[in-house]
Design a protein around this ligand. Sequence first.
Ligand code: PLP
Length: 388
Amino acid sequence: MSYPSGRHFLQIPGPTNVPEQVLRAMAKPTIDHRGPEFKALGLEVLGGLKPIFKTAGPVVIFASSGTGAWEAGLVNTLSPGDKALMFETGHFATLWKNMAVRLGLEVDFVPGDWRHGVDSAVVEAKLAEDRGHAIKSVMVVHNETSTGVTSRVAEIRKAIDRTGHPALFMVDTISSLGSIDYRHDEWGVDVTVGCSQKGLMLPPGLGFNAISAKALAAAKTAKLPKSYWGWEEMLTANKGGFFPSSPATNLLYGLRESLHLLAEEGLDNVFARHKRHAEATRRAVRTWGMEILCLDSEEYSPVLTTVVMPGEKGADAYRAAVLDKFNMSLGSGLGILKDRVFRIGHLGDFNDLTLIGTLGGVEMGFALTGIPYKQGGVMAAMDYLASH
Ligand code: PLP
């Protein structure tokens, strides 16, 4: 393969582009993870994650992908045979449900059409019906990365509160953390699951759990087997800035830098930036005459837009042509959406020109592969950006 000049456009909805500053921060010698220099690093990143989750409680960091952090949330709080309420919002909600079943939980999986988020009226009805409080946990994916639909976590919390049901509330923020407004404490979430490779602009390799006091209390009696994922040892070591086993030290250097970058920009500005780029993207999609998968404008994702492939052509051949010709990766259709949609990631280290370059590649790809479309999508996005 010849050298593809210019930077690769990694426009999948995570892993996202890693800023130069973060790459440079990680390119340092690994240090003794039991020494004083590490202690300062550990304390800084463990403390620095709290405002990202908007929590005053502990956040733990595992050397893992997001899937590991899912598992940690479950095994620390639940016991074999416990009932969980989950919602089929898309591929990732389905994978989390499959994990819960494999771990021995009994899951009530509310069916969905992969075009809507969690319906808080269904949450309320299911919990109100459960007079004996058999349901031990309600689990939702905040931003369903396979569909581009964002569920309204605050509304779900209110629905739970209206029933007075004591179930734990767990939320996957894997593709929303650091990109979409999220409030662990205010929204009464017990376990928030996050990871490094999306809004935090790092490579994959760090999984997070933000933990409420109620989840910590549940952990005292939870009987699902755990060893590596156990919170107790982790929290004890974390008090001094340390970890029970070898941490992903160089990723933590990167995390320290990405936390600085997010603080410098200001979280509210980061959230507004994502919303603005998402709106510009949707204007482009509509101008092309294409369909956005998400059906409810209140649930449009600020971090990605999923486009339904028009006509008979498969989305995967289109994406392969875009990669080959323009050196840009677009997100594939996952699960039941395989080959039927493509996903445009507009999250992380991203600005107006990154968006216009991305949309330019998408639009040129239609012409290249003979996909029926109307010209002018990039122009519509530029007009929006120029006036907003
Ligand atoms: N949950 C969501 C919403 C995701 O987007 C992903 C991955 O993209 C996962 C869970 C799984 O995370 P990982 O691939 O880091 O294990």
